[in-house]
Ligand binder design. Structure first.
Ligand SMILES: [Cu+2]
Length: 65
């Protein structure tokens, strides 16, 4: 499992948006987004970290490293 910190999520809608954005990248499986922890976890089959961060930024949240 790989994880990434995400700032700016405030409700379950945010969680769903992030989940959809990450799943939309097409190479992440078992995507789980935790609102309390401000974090997403997933199995990554080769998606670059920068692409993951960009997908999160694009929908208005702030990804960690
Ligand atoms: Cu929200």
């Amino acid at each position: 499992m790989e994880t990434i910190k995400i700032s700016g999520m405030s409700c379950q809608h945010c969680v769903e948006s992030v989940k959809k954005a990450l799943e939309g990248l097409g190479g992440l499986k078992q995507v789980a987004v935790n609102l309390e922890a401000g974090e997403a976890s997933f199995e990554n089959s080769g998606i670059e970290r920068e692409k993951i961060r960009a997908a999160i930024s694009r929908i208005g949240f702030d990804p960690g490293e």
